[in-house]
Design a protein around this ligand. Structure first.
Ligand SMILES: O=C(O)CCC(=O)C(=O)O
Length: 281
């Protein structure tokens, strides 16, 4: 996998890695749909899909530690991995949802750049369906300023948008078949357009990092070790769900999401400790 790692160091993105057979991808999708159907009357399922879904969904819990996913991510980040977050991104047929150009690491508040997002396609994700688009090499520009637009239709929590001119002709689409995965560096600029097709587009985005990463803005943060060893203990352990949305998992999800938000905003308001440092970009 060293060719893969070399290309990733150069481009900050790889696409089209097959990690699930199409029928496995369909089975995982079915489990997410069942989760929504069974729990949406009493739980904030949309919020759970937007952050920390692996804390409450057994399908996400399995996917974040799926051996074929971890094999690819480990080839890029090394043998010790933690999961910091995961989100289900759904674009309904002919819907306006999009993601503005952004870097994932902009809002993590951490001191390392050794972090990636693995985007696992649970349905096909073509250009017409609003697949991810990447700006190869942009991870070498370091952390860029972003503005919070909270724009209507933006799938990102803050509508965060990089304050940098984007030449769309330089963007590379990351079209995927169901069961394929793209991986982008935490500093790689990426975006996605609305779904103009008659088919649903669904993917699970998993945020992986090395355990050496440390939270420097918020006082408290959580992660799950998923491969190798965590010799640092920088994050509080985030528990795994015993079953879909079991009471302990939901309580842990609520506590973690609240703690992370409170610690993060306190840290930002406390005066801009900068988190531009970090490892290799
Ligand atoms: O799924 C999408 O269209 C956007 C996902 C994204 O921006 C991300 O995973 O960081």
């Amino acid at each position: 996998m060293t060719d893969l790692a070399d290309a990733f160091r150069r481009d900050g993105v790889l696409t089209g890695a097959r990690v699930l057979e199409p029928d496995e991808a369909a089975a995982f999708l079915g489990r997410f749909e069942r989760f929504r159907r069974d729990h949406r009357a009493r739980l904030p399922v949309d919020d759970m899909f937007r952050t920390g879904v692996h804390l409450v969904s057994t399908a996400a819990d399995e996917l974040v530690r799926h051996p074929r996913v971890l094999e690819v991510v480990a080839a890029l980040l090394g043998p010790d991995l933690i999961v910091w977050d995961s989100d289900v991104f759904i674009k309904e047929p002919r819907s306006e949802g999009f993601a503005s150009w952004h870097q994932d690491l902009r809002y993590w508040g951490v001191d390392s750049h050794d972090a990636v997002t693995a985007w696992i396609a649970l349905t096909d994700a073509t250009g017409e369906m609003g697949c991810m688009r990447f700006l190869p090499g942009s991870h070498r520009e370091g952390l860029l300023d972003h503005a919070d637009t909270f724009a209507r239709g933006n799938l990102l929590t803050r509508g965060q948008t990089a304050a940098r001119r984007i030449d769309e002709s330089e963007a590379v689409p990351g079209a995927l078949r169901a069961g394929e995965m793209s991986v982008h560096h935490g500093l790689t600029l990426h975006a996605s357009t609305p779904n103009r097709s008659g088919r649903r587009r669904v993917g699970l985005a998993v945020r992986y990092a090395t355990p050496a990463m440390r939270q420097v803005v918020g006082a408290v943060d959580y992660a799950q070790p998923v491969l190798g060893e965590d010799r640092f203990g920088h994050f509080r352990p985030a528990p795994r769900p015993a079953s879909d949305a079991d009471a302990d998992a939901v309580a842990a999800w609520r506590r973690i999401v609240e703690d992370q938000a409170a610690a993060y905003f306190e840290g930002v308001e406390a005066g801009g400790r900068s988190w531009t440092g970090g490892g290799a970009a």
